[in-house]
Design a binder for this molecule. Structure first.
Ligand code: NAP
Length: 251
């Protein structure tokens, strides 16, 4: 069988990088699509070192339809197929809702929600035409269900992303394409390092998360690899929470 081709958006760093590395270790061809072309290329180099038979880093702002179309055309020109898409690119400005400008609100929705719509629709068209099914994953957040004053834009985007995933699951299931979400809990990445590197926040996390540690990008990557595997063929339209039990706690 041909090697699978896996696109991970926002994979130059953080969770996306960890997800891509988990697919690379399984021997998949990995495409890193990110805002910064040189960071994407550097990340792709690390994927080859991790075990990917081939990898490529491409610039793509997922909020811009024209860039998404160009990225997908480039992948098809290079590898001829796309088997797995992971919609990971996301931003979290952490601005209190009463100070949030309309522009920041719009950008959060454009990247986190509209970006996943653009990538999913374009990739799904290719998958349907090829007729061999596929797997599409959405990285949401615990914020798809719970939120706070500085995450109103973010929570709205992630709740919308969950329903976007569910809607695509209904549309694409008949074509053998499954859609599922992975909702990370507290994961140490450049997005969150400023918070968790403060000792009092790290201590709070250990009391709050039942497994008593912060999550790693690979914790999320391993869940993605499972949902993209043949063993997960009958799982469609769900969110898999990967949070060390954080959201199960009621105190
Ligand atoms: P991160 O460290 O900030 O990494 C995000 C990556 O996405 C960066 O490489 C960033 O590029 C890229 N990116 C941003 N906007 C983009 C765009 N418009 N098009 C393409 N790429 C773009 O964030 P992370 O913590 O790894 O988060 C990854 C995903 O997990 C996000 O969807 C986030 O909401 C979700 N998540 C994270 C946590 C957590 O605890 N970390 C928890 C729940 C959910 P630049 O560096 O150039 O900006």
């Amino acid at each position: 069988m041909d090697k699978r081709v896996v696109i991970v958006t926002g994979a130059a760093r953080g969770i996306g990088h960890g997800i891509a590395a988990c697919f690379a270790r399984k021997g998949d061809i990995v495409v890193i699509a990110d805002l910064d072309a040189s960071a994407a290329e550097q990340s792709a180099g690390a994927m080859t070192a991790a075990g990917a038979p081939e990898s490529v880093g491409l610039r793509c702002d997922v909020s811009r339809r024209i860039e998404v179309e160009a990225m997908i055309e480039a992948v098809l020109a290079c590898f001829g197929r796309i088997d797995v898409l992971v919609n990971n690119a996301g931003i979290c400005p952490f601005v209190d809702v009463m100070q949030l400008t309309p522009e920041v609100w719009q950008r959060t929705l454009d990247v986190n929600l509209n970006g996943a719509f653009h990538c999913t629709q374009c990739v799904a068209r290719h998958m349907i035409e090829r007729g061999e099914g596929g797997r599409i994953l959405f990285i949401t957040s615990l914020a798809e269900n719970v939120t706070g004053p500085a995450q109103v834009d973010y929570g709205a985007s992630k709740a919308g992303l969950r329903m976007t995933m569910a809607g695509f699951a209904t549309a694409l299931g008949p074509h053998g394409i499954t859609c599922n979400a992975v909702a990370p809990g507290m994961i140490l990445t450049p997005m969150t390092a400023f918070h968790w590197e403060q000792p009092e926040n790290a201590a709070f996390l250990k009391t709050r998360v039942p497994v008593a540690r912060i999550g790693t990008p690979e914790d999320i990557g391993n869940a993605c690899v499972f949902l993209a595997s043949p063993e997960a063929a009958y799982i469609n339209g769900i969110t898999l929470r990967v949070d060390g039990g954080h959201q199960a706690v009621c105190y």
